[in-house]
Design a protein around this ligand. Structure first.
Ligand SMILES: *Cc1c(COP(=O)(O)O)cnc(C)c1O
Length: 387
């Protein structure tokens, strides 16, 4: 996967649709990222943190019992084993170091389920930065534990009170804060979305997932690569990270799995939201509609622009799975391999389970983007009749 063009476009998607007042900030950010990413000492410092703080490289795990049950050889890239429980820390450590390099002492972030907010609060604590996280009022009630975690880590959590009071409203509030505080503040965005350079920069910070996975797969498969690489898609950052290790290998099929209630690529139309042009769930008047999913981490009505482009070119496909299929997959991995997945990650597994006949005999690499600890309380209710 290559860099976008000078205006931040991947094909017809992406760009930077921001108010005049934010233009200097996104240009300053692009320049700072390009410079940092070409600087060996910046890369070395990030690598050092990824190794000694987050626990990279994360392992590749073969799943013999699950594979036997499905008739498909399943390998997992274990992003769930990262510090704070998901892939999000890869991006956040990169951006927090970039903020420090730019002389910005305060991080502003949005969060949905709270995982990105927790990762940002964690990095801010590590680097001694101030941190403010915007979170929809509805999400704050649904994800109390993550709100407490962020506060424990020293962050300020501010409820987003407009609109549906969920993730897209939190993004709006965070961007508004950034406009007003750009002198000393850095906007730490949580996925491959928003105005250029974010979709590209966040993908580059997650590229480590794909680079490690390709090398680990070659070791395990004695020089071969998996036939299919699968990841769940909210904004699309964990998928972009793992895809970037395989996109130049035409034999490897790339699959991004969306929730049926938030299938932006599957059911959206091109539109502009949060500074980017991408597939977006809209009503007949062009109003952004609500995504709905059992996992709060995938409740986003849009998708990163590079995924829209990968879909248009046919390089990747974006099927969706239902909440019911996700719950079954959540139980299946727990029972067969002793690994409780995040509900988001269970979307990728649910697709493999549903397509097992078509996938028979093939090797499938699933990006296990996060662990399920944060979801067990919710699943206690959902599974009350079954367990
Ligand atoms: C946030 C999150 C996601 C969704 O975000 P992407 O940008 O699509 O990766 C997926 N899995 C987990 C565990 C998450 O925390």
């Amino acid at each position: 996967m290559s860099a976008p063009d000078d205006t931040g476009r991947f094909g017809r998607f992406g760009g930077r649709f921001v108010p005049e007042t934010l233009m200097p900030a996104v240009l300053e950010l692009e320049e700072a990222f390009v410079e940092a990413w070409a600087d060996d000492s910046f890369r070395a410092e990030l690598d050092h943190l990824l190794r000694t703080y987050s626990g990279r490289p994360t392992p590749l795990t073969e799943c013999p019992r699950l594979s036997e049950e499905l008739g498909v050889r399943v390998l997992l890239k274990r992003e769930d084993l990262n510090h704070t429980g998901s892939h999000k820390i890869n991006n956040v450590l990169g951006q927090a170091l970039l903020a420090r390099r730019m002389g910005k002492s305060r991080l502003v972030a949005e969060t949905g389920a709270g995982q990105h907010g927790v990762a940002t609060a964690t990095a801010a604590a590590l680097l001694g930065q101030e941190c403010r996280v915007y979170m929809g009022e509805v999400d704050m009630a649904r994800q109390e534990l993550n709100v407490f975690r962020m506060r424990l880590l020293g962050a300020e959590v501010i409820p987003a009170l407009s609109g549906s009071r969920t993730l897209k409203d939190a993004v709006n509030d965070a961007m508004r804060d950034w406009v007003a505080s750009v002198e000393d503040s850095y906007y730490c965005l949580g996925s491959v979305m928003g105005p250029h350079p974010y979709p590209w920069m966040v993908r580059e910070f997650h590229r480590v997932i794909g680079v490690e996975a390709a090398e680990q797969a070659r070791d395990l498969l004695v020089g071969a690569l998996p036939d299919v690489v699968v990841a769940c898609v909210g904004g699309g950052s964990n998928a972009a990270g793992i895809f970037s290790g395989f996109a130049e290998e035409p034999s490897v099929e790339l699959v991004g799995v969306e929730p049926a209630g938030g299938a932006a690529v599957g059911h959206g139309v091109p539109g502009i939201v949060h500074g980017m042009m991408s597939y977006l769930l809209q009503d007949e008047w062009g109003q952004v509609t609500e995504a709905e999913s059992i996992s709060a981490g995938l409740d986003y009505p849009g998708v990163g622009p590079e995924h829209s482009h990968l879909s248009d070119t046919g390089r990747a496909t974006y099927p969706s799975v239902t909440d019911e299929e996700v719950v079954d997959a959540f139980v299946l991995l727990s029972r067969t391999e002793g690994i409780i997945p995040a509900l988001e990650s269970a979307h990728a597994l649910a697709w493999v389970a549903r397509e097992r006949v078509a996938l028979a005999g093939r090797t499938v690499l699933v990006n296990l983007s996060g662990r399920g600890d944060k979801d067990v309380a919710q699943m206690m209710d959902v599974l009350a009749d079954r367990l």
